[in-house]
Design a protein around this ligand. Structure first.
Ligand SMILES: Cc1cc2nc3c(=O)[nH]c(=O)nc-3n(C[C@H](O)[C@H](O)[C@H](O)COP(=O)(O)OP(=O)(O)OC[C@H]3O[C@@H](n4cnc5c(N)ncnc54)[C@H](O)[C@@H]3O)c2cc1C
Ligand SMILES: Cc1cc2nc3c(=O)[nH]c(=O)nc-3n(C[C@H](O)[C@H](O)[C@H](O)COP(=O)(O)O)c2cc1C
Ligand code: SF4
Length: 640
């Protein structure tokens, strides 16, 4: 281990439970339970792998204490029913085997409980509003009892404790946030009254579960734009300490503003100022979370007493071996999270599906495949992979681990394909880091890479492969527009082979993600972009959250014309029909074509099939993105 990360490996005791280091995996809903609220095998394996990765404490995802009426997702764990205990024991047992402690988060959705999953139950909250009705005192008592019963179930399932979820706009946050809690009884008004329900839960749990048993509190310490502030959060934390809470897990805000899960637009470690202020005011351990991806930043937080523990969320999804790699001084082998939210949060929230990770295709199928123990192929084969983009690299990495003789052909002078272009956007440094990981992993696996080698039937025949895998991706295509030859291809400008120059008026044909990211960049560099998009909205081909944020950024930096049809392009003019059906023209210095892409593998595929080769195609079958590319690579590697 390197000297500057030593702080991470100091032991600490919380609520009488010793932890081997300062690393916490915060709660993250996986949707890996079955519809009846019992965990599936993939949840056990997913958590086992994170425990094996070396983390000191796992806080398991939000489990419903009032199942079904408090549920927020279709596959939430049903912790209030003792029937679930036996299945949960599989989890605690597997995690403890690695010396990792585990507690489970107790949760009620309040007005965010989802009617589709609560079987018609009426939504309740601290007060009327947001589609919910104010809880009666009897209902408050019932929810307090639900939390206590659930904690007892957790103890019986051999968890080392529980965490009370009082953040992210859910029920207990709806009590402590004065913007929502308008009650005039003993559960509303003063900060002590708004905290009362948490106090009753915490004291009730302690009475039934005793010690040693961690009773943690996840607190939405600062509610943007209105609600608690650092000042009131400190008061709440002092009350938490007073009622026997053993640990504070500090978070902020709400999902709808992407504050809970900082994106590519956010700085690293944005919330440590909050934990630092709280830590000074209390004597119980404080954990902080939020885009903590590098070991140096994490160790500095501990060293400088900004927090006692660091919670690493998505990075732990993306690379379960994160901590072991730091322990062994192999930071360069860490697969760093993109903060894109596309595989994890978006699938969980918008598709109500099990989480995945766009660059770690094992997530969600860890009960079938093990990244670290790849079974050797019965009979090693020669496999030629055409294309060194993310799909080709991911496939080659697995196939080589399986013991095959892999030859990776790439026609350009470097590996990466379109990932290189994706990483050109200023705010996408994470993509550049991930690309470096794929390239260095290819190197570590000693894959036979042949750069500047364009594959054709003759070359492939000469290599005499058992299988051929085409991972040739797509290329920027010309739409059928008169004068399109006057436009510069988008990939040339994105890849900086053609520079726009400062102060130029630029028309970008096509407002998908690549057109919008390019507009964003050239605007930052001093040009005036106008995006012409034929659909009613821009960014319609990207992840939901990223697209919304990109749209907001670009909207203030570029002129955006939607529902327009470009008819003709001249060197200094673009003629189009606007949304009202009227012909119009803009004068420009440059036109850039980002109007779409086309697949490139078909002719080679047909010829290879005709010659009798066993050929497969990956990475361009669905929508072209990292997630499909890595996923198809994994599926094929474990099928051949
Ligand atoms: C600006 C931009 C931003 C993007 N942002 C994102 C994002 O945020 N998230 C996301 O998920 N996706 C994003 N994408 C899409 C993503 O980059 C692609 O979907 C993904 O990289 C495709 O990977 P691939 O391996 O399938 O294909 P490619 O990356 O296209 O790789 C194919 C490779 O095959 C090589 N090749 C082709 N023919 C031959 C041949 N005959 N012989 C040898 N080699 C050959 C090519 O040179 C290339 O290197 C973005 C794309 C762009 C352009
Ligand atoms: C897929 C996903 C699910 C989450 N589920 C929960 C949850 O169940 N309870 C909770 O308190 N926070 C939840 N969070 C928030 C995380 O615990 C964490 O605070 C957030 O991801 C920021 O940390 P990171 O930047 O290290 O990912 C979730 C986050 C993600 C990405
Ligand atoms: S899907 Fe994106 S944000 Fe989520 S863990 Fe993977 S890389 Fe990170």
């Amino acid at each position: 281990m390197k000297e500057n990360v030593k702080a991470l490996f100091q032991p600490i005791t919380i609520g009488g439970i010793p932890l081997k280091n300062r690393m916490v995996m915060p709660p993250m809903v996986t949707n890996f339970s079955s519809i009846d609220g019992t965990p599936e095998r993939k949840m056990v394996q997913y958590l086992r792998n994170r425990a094996k990765g070396g983390v000191g404490l796992i806080i398991q995802e939000a489990a419903s204490v009032s199942w079904p009426e408090g549920k927020i997702s279709n596959r939430q764990i049903r912790i209030n029913d003792p029937v679930t205990v036996a299945d949960l024991f599989d989890i605690t047992d597997s995690v403890h085997a690695f010396g990792t402690k585990i507690i489970v988060q107790l949760h009620h959705g309040g007005f965010l409980a989802h009617p589709e999953y609560t079987y018609g139950a009426e939504n309740v909250s601290s007060s009327d509003g947001n589609g919910a009705r104010a809880m009666t005192k009897e209902e408050i008592k019932k929810v307090v009892d639900d939390f206590i019963t659930s904690a007892v179930n957790a103890k019986n399932a051999r968890y080392d404790g529980i965490e009370i979820h009082a953040a992210h706009m859910y029920l207990l946050n709806q009590f402590i946030n004065p913007a929502w809690n308008k009650r005039t009884d003993e559960y509303g008004g003063s900060i002590e009254n708004r905290f009362r329900i948490i106090r009753e839960i915490a004291e009730g749990i302690r009475e039934k579960c005793g010690r040693p048993f961690i009773v943690g509190l996840r607190l939405g310490a600062v509610d943007f734009p209105q609600g608690n502030t650092v000042g009131s959060a400190i008061e709440i934390c002092k009350m938490a300490e007073d009622c026997g809470i053993d640990m504070l897990n500090i978070s902020v805000g709400f999902y709808e503003f992407a504050e809970v899960v900082p994106t590519q637009y956010s700085e690293e470690a944005p919330y440590t100022y909050i934990s630092e202020a709280i830590k000074k005011a209390v004597n119980i351990p404080v954990a902080i979370v939020g885009k903590l991806r590098t070991p140096e930043i994490c160790a500095r937080i501990i060293d400088t007493k900004q927090a006692d523990l660091v919670a690493i969320g998505r990075q732990m999804i993306c690379d379960p071996e994160w901590l072991n790699k730091i322990l062994m001084g192999k930071e360069e082998t860490i697969r760093t999270c993109l903060n894109c939210l596309e595989g994890c949060m978006e699938r969980m929230s918008f598709a109500d599906s099990g989480i995945r990770c766009v660059i770690n295709p094992y997530v969600g199928v860890e009960d079938f495949y093990n990244e670290n123990v790849v079974a050797a192929a019965g009979q090693p084969k020669t496999i030629v992979v055409v294309g060194g983009g993310i799909a080709g690299m991911q496939y080659s990495i697995i196939a080589k681990k399986q013991g095959h003789n892999v030859i990776l052909l790439e026609k350009t002078e470097q590996l990466g394909g379109q990932m290189i272009l994706a990483g050109m956007t200023p705010f996408k440094k994470e993509v550049r880091q991930a690309l470096n990981w794929f390239k260095s992993e290819v190197e570590r696996q000693k894959i036979d890479v042949r750069l500047q080698t364009k594959a054709d039937v003759e070359l492939i025949s000469s290599l005499d492969p058992d299988h051929v895998v085409l991972a040739m991706g797509c290329e920027f295509a010309d739409p059928p527009i008169e004068g399109i030859e006057n436009a510069v291809k988008g990939d040339l400008v994105i890849g900086r082979k053609v520079e726009v120059g400062q102060g130029k008026k630029v028309a970008i044909i096509g407002g998908g993600v690549s057109g919008c990211e390019l507009a964003h960049r050239i605007a930052l560099e001093g040009s005036e972009p106008t995006i012409l998009e034929m659909l009613p909205t821009v960014c319609s081909n990207g992840g939901v959250i990223h697209s919304e944020m990109l749209k907001a950024q670009v909207g203030s930096m570029a002129t955006i014309l939607t529902s327009v049809k470009v008819n003709q392009i001249e060197r200094d003019k673009v003629f189009y029909r606007n949304a009202d059906g009227q012909d119009a023209c803009i004068e420009i210095d440059m036109v850039i074509n980002c109007a779409g892409q086309k697949k490139v593998s078909s002719p080679l595929y047909e010829r290879l099939i005709q010659k009798g080769f066993d050929v497969y195609r990956i990475g361009e079958n669905g929508i072209s993105n990292f997630q499909n590319a890595t996923r198809e690579a994994l599926q094929l590697a474990y099928t051949l």
